[in-house]
Design a protein. Structure first.
Lengths: 114, 113
């Protein structure tokens, strides 16, 4: 089955700096890669996703890049703000028309220092 | 919150007792999922459903059963709860407009003493 590795487990950055979280996956058949943000006591919230026919996707201060050859994808947050502090999860799945459950990384605790 | 509610939101129970968690959706989505979240493990898939009475096992299904008698409700049952099932349980639905896009409910924190 799929295995997703996520690094780092904790990331502390100064407010206004950029943050990068990296994930690798093992199954070359995976073609869908979402990122979730989870605040304390809440469910994961989808913030951005990318499919394997695209190399990069941006949404305001957030971007995701995908390298299919190396089987890794990354989340980039620019101009970080205090409200970006949360736990971020990457995930991977094969979108083949079936139920397609997600395989998650173990999460990155992002801390924005004032 | 994608129209997903989970009940109860918190539960404390004792080892050996049966427990049922409920996930309710208002959007008539076909696919529903149960995940558990534990420190150091991220979220792991327990069971999923692809329609009424159609369910299948995920990565960590041992000790759990599910049922789906109506489109809007997906139940997760621990037949005889164990301390290793202490966790936060999340239900998710899949958006039919965008394959694989899953939206999560608020979670149920279960403690088994």
């Amino acid at each position: 089955g799929e295995n997703v590795e996520q690094h780092p487990s904790t990331l502390s950055v100064q407010e206004g700096d950029s943050a990068v979280i990296k994930c690798t996956y093992s199954d070359s058949a995976s073609n869908y890669f979402p990122w979730y943000k989870q605040e304390l006591g809440k469910g994961p919230q989808l913030i951005i996703d990318i499919r394997s026919n695209v190399g990069e996707k941006k949404d305001q201060r957030i971007a995701v890049t995908l390298n299919k050859t190396a089987k890794h994808f990354s989340l980039h947050i620019t101009e970080t703000q205090p409200e970006d502090s949360a736990v971020y999860f990457c995930a991977a799945a094969y979108s083949g028309g079936g139920a397609d459950g997600l395989t998650f990384g173990k999460g990155t605790h992002l801390i924005i220092q004032p | 919150d994608a129209g997903i509610t989970q009940s109860p939101r918190h539960k404390v129970t004792e080892t050996g007792t049966p427990v049922t968690l409920r996930c309710h959706q208002t959007e008539n989505h076909r696919y529903m999922y149960w995940y558990r979240q534990d420190p150091g493990h991220g979220l792991r898939l327990i069971h999923y459903s692809y329609g009424v009475k159609d369910t299948d096992k995920g990565e960590v299904s041992d000790g759990y059963s599910v049922s789906r008698s109506k489109t809007e409700d997906f139940l997760l049952t621990l037949e005889s709860a164990t301390s290793s099932q202490t966790s936060v349980y999340f239900c998710a639905i899949r958006d039919p407009q965008f394959r694989n896009t899953q939206y999560f409910g608020p979670g149920t924190r279960l403690t088994v003493l």
